[in-house]
Design a binder for this molecule. Structure first.
Ligand SMILES: Cc1cc2nc3c(=O)[nH]c(=O)nc-3n(C[C@H](O)[C@H](O)[C@H](O)COP(=O)(O)O)c2cc1C
Ligand code: SF4
Length: 522
């Protein structure tokens, strides 16, 4: 098979859901039938989801993309000479020249969709293990300092500086410390963690090993949401291979340093993504919030100092250790350094993953990348940052995507999930849904969230029903939201008011209110 032409068919769950396995089988069968030696590589997705399954042929002129391919297209693609990059209605030319990809800054996702996720040689050939090699030569304090200086902030939602968290764990004396990767990825419209784990699992493994060296941990866990069976399977394979190759285990690359890593399947609740609930769940208990303090960095898993970081935070670390803190810090704006893999979802024509430096606008993402709505109707509202994020009207789409700028408009970037709605959306229904989501997912530990979310649904129903009490109910809703913000133990109850209030503020007509009246009631 030495001169076999390489054909890339993604094994990513989004591509598989769109029929990639059947396409791979058909390509294999057709190639055999034609006596044409080919090597099918199951890569990750490039993140152009509307083109999945997107097949790439490795030609003399580079990788050429075809998509979306269905099995019935395969004979015609062979006839059209796709193995030499031949013209066809499904051909998009060189993959790297597709504007959606060319305009991105892929630092964390540099290898995703390019390499075979389970081929460690392919990983090494694309810069893998360089960061860990460097870390093995460094003092723990210097690794922490490098991550701090890079300006990396947590990509799971709260944007807390990663280096500062690591420093707390490093300086907390204990006989045992842990690295926990939060791969629960529960936010609506998000899939970057999944794509990274399925497309470049070794980047996460390497990032966790570096974190372990930085804080003195010997055991790590990846807590993956149970709805991600493909990611779980790929991670388990990748860990076994990394272990066999000496990148994990008792004596990493002969350094006498020890780090073991295991995968755990999540318990299937949104609240298990919150770090203290996640730790409870990892300990085998029901996922309920632990009050903070103590911080998990001081008393985390089994009471020991624990780093809890999101997949993207950890998978970004190897590139920082390989290329230096200054290199990463130079991307972005203000205090938002580096890049974020934004995820375009909802009613959008070209949904997918867009990794860009902070500072671009929502409008650029929606229009230049997303191509507007899938329905062809005007876009009206966009929820950024998951189910606890605000709904942004068009007047806010030019605010730069920067943590602080978003905070100023009572919005949040969070994990970078972007869900678009066209002008048929009923924002009173969306506000009601936010409260309903909170009621269903509440862990029940505190009253403002457990009871408040159900009362919130009732009040929104009364507002939408109209009548003379409407304005009094709007006051009541604002009061309730204030109580939830101020009195909830965690961000589920504490931030549910943001989508609710943004809907009321920016789309009062959907609640049967005059715009000026909603402002008066404020
Ligand atoms: C209700 C709730 C759900 C959360 N879900 C997730 C999640 O699915 N994934 C994640 O990484 N962080 C989630 N977080 C944030 C975590 O609590 C925590 O801040 C994060 O894992 C820390 O990692 P980072 O610093 O790398 O972002 C959630 C927080 C809350 C309040
Ligand atoms: S805010 Fe909700 S989810 Fe958070 S601790 Fe209170 S009841 Fe539990």
């Amino acid at each position: 098979m030495g001169n076999a032409i390489r054909i890339y068919v993604p094994r990513d769950a989004a591509a598989v859901a769109a029929g990639a396995d059947a396409v791979a089988h058909r390509i294999d069968a057709e190639a055999r039938h034609r006596n044409q030696p080919v090597r099918i590589i199951r890569n990750g997705s490039r993140g152009l989801l509307w083109l999945e399954p997107m097949v790439e042929i490795d030609t003399a002129a580079g990788r050429i993309a075809y998509g979306p391919v269905v099995p019935e297209d395969v004979p015609g693609l062979f006839e059209a000479g796709w193995l030499e990059g031949g013209a066809h209605a499904l051909c998009h030319g060189p993959t790297d020249d597709i504007p959606y990809l060319r305009r991105q800054e892929r630092l964390t996702f540099a290898r995703v969709g390019i390499i075979d996720p389970l081929d460690l040689d392919d990983y090494a050939a694309h810069g893998g293990w360089l960061g860990l090699r460097n870390a093995l030569e460094m003092r723990a304090e210097d690794i922490v300092e490098c991550v701090t200086a890079s300006g990396l902030r947590g990509r799971g939602g709260a944007a807390f500086p990663t280096g500062i968290k690591w420093k707390t764990v490093l300086t907390s004396p204990a006989d045992r410390k842990y690295i926990v990767c939060n791969a629960d990825e529960g936010d609506s419209g998000t899939f970057s963690d999944r794509m990274l784990m399925e497309g470049d699992p070794c980047a996460l493994i390497e990032g966790m090993a570096i974190a372990a060296l930085a804080v003195g941990a010997t055991q790590g866990y990846i807590y993956v949401r149970s709805e991600y069976p493909h990611a779980i399977a790929i991670l388990k394979h990748a860990i076994a291979r990394a272990q066999a190759a000496g990148w994990l285990g008792a004596d990493i690359q002969g350094s006498n340093r020890h780090f073991d890593l295991e995968v755990r399947s999540g318990a299937g609740a949104y609240i298990c993504g919150e770090e203290t609930s996640l730790l409870e769940s990892l300990e085998g208990k029901r996922g309920v919030i632990r009050p903070k303090p103590p911080l998990p960095a001081i008393q985390g898993l089994f009471g020991k100092p624990t780093v809890v970081n999101n997949v993207i935070s950890l998978a970004t670390v190897p590139a920082i250790l390989a290329r230096g803190a200054a290199w990463y810090r130079d991307f972005g704006v203000g205090r938002s350094h580096g890049t974020l893999p934004f995820q375009l979802a909802g009613n959008i024509r070209c949904g997918g993953l867009v990794e860009k430096a902070f500072g671009l606008t929502l409008r650029e993402l929606l229009e230049d990348f997303g191509g507007g709505s899938a329905s062809g109707r005007p876009l009206r509202a966009v929820q950024v940052g998951g189910p606890l994020g605000a709904y942004l009207p068009e007047s806010q789409w030019d605010v730069p995507l920067d943590y602080e700028a978003y905070q100023k408009i009572s919005a949040m970037i969070g994990h970078g999930g972007i869900v678009a709605f066209d002008d048929t959306v009923d924002m009173a229904r969306m506000a009601h849904y936010a409260m309903e989501f909170c009621a269903v997912e509440s862990c029940g530990k505190c009253t403002p969230c457990r009871i408040g979310s159900t009362r919130g649904m009732e009040v929104i129903e009364k507002i939408a029903a109209g009548g003379p009490q409407r304005e009094a109910q709007v006051h009541l809703l604002r009061d309730l939201c204030d109580t939830m913000i101020g009195g909830s133990l965690c961000a589920l109850g504490g931030m549910t008011p943001f989508p609710v209030m943004s809907a009321l503020e920016h789309f009062p007509e959907d609640f049967g209110l005059e715009p000026s009246r909603a402002a008066c009631a404020a």
